[in-house]
Design a protein around this ligand. Sequence first.
Ligand SMILES: CC(C)(COP(=O)(O)OP(=O)(O)OC[C@H]1O[C@@H](n2cnc3c(N)ncnc32)[C@H](O)[C@@H]1OP(=O)(O)O)[C@@H](O)C(=O)NCCC(=O)NCCS
Length: 179
Amino acid sequence: MVDDVVVGPVNLAERVDEALSVQALAFGLSADEIGVRRHIVQRHLLNPGARALGATALDGRLVGFVYGMPNDRNHWWSTVVEPYLRTNGSDGWLDNTFVITELHVHPAFQGRGVGRRLITSITDGVEEPRSILSAIDTESPARLLYRSLGYEDLAEQVHFPSAALPYAVMGAPLPLRRL
Ligand SMILES: CC(C)(COP(=O)(O)OP(=O)(O)OC[C@H]1O[C@@H](n2cnc3c(N)ncnc32)[C@H](O)[C@@H]1OP(=O)(O)O)[C@@H](O)C(=O)NCCC(=O)NCCS
């Protein structure tokens, strides 16, 4: 547990440029992608039930964020993953579920429990009984974090049209597992 980083609600629509700077450092985003993402994030945050939390350093700097929303089968993300989940009968996970859309922590603040606090805090506040997300289909720190929280693979080798690498779709019952 770190006490020099505060996790709490932030106005992510207003702080989208700060958030995308964190995402660019944590995940890698080109300048073109940042421009595209800015509009996508702002549109996402208008969805009913959308929530965002930030991790703020003592100097007020945003050093991590998470946001998500209740799934809607008409959303682009859901329409991409749905055929993959349908092949093994797990597409019921797309109903009554909270989607973690983005989770990123500034590299200088990683490995200190901030990511875990962000995702457990945001899901603790939702009404849905489960959560779903996609992560690059490799044993990354993100994937290990998700597994430790109870997320299990629902589909692997999921191809998003715009992404170079395949993703895995993972789902977990809420509340997320504590260590
Ligand atoms: C994934 C991410 C958000 C995790 O945030 P974080 O603050 O570093 O994570 P935490 O310190 O809370 O660690 C939680 C768990 O993640 C895993 N983890 C974190 N860093 C790790 C590393 N370098 N190697 C292996 N596992 C790691 C561990 O399971 C860890 O649990 P533990 O502390 O009990 O060992 C952060 O690594 C990140 O921003 N990565 C790049 C962006 C990204 O991949 N986002 C997710 C997109 S799907």
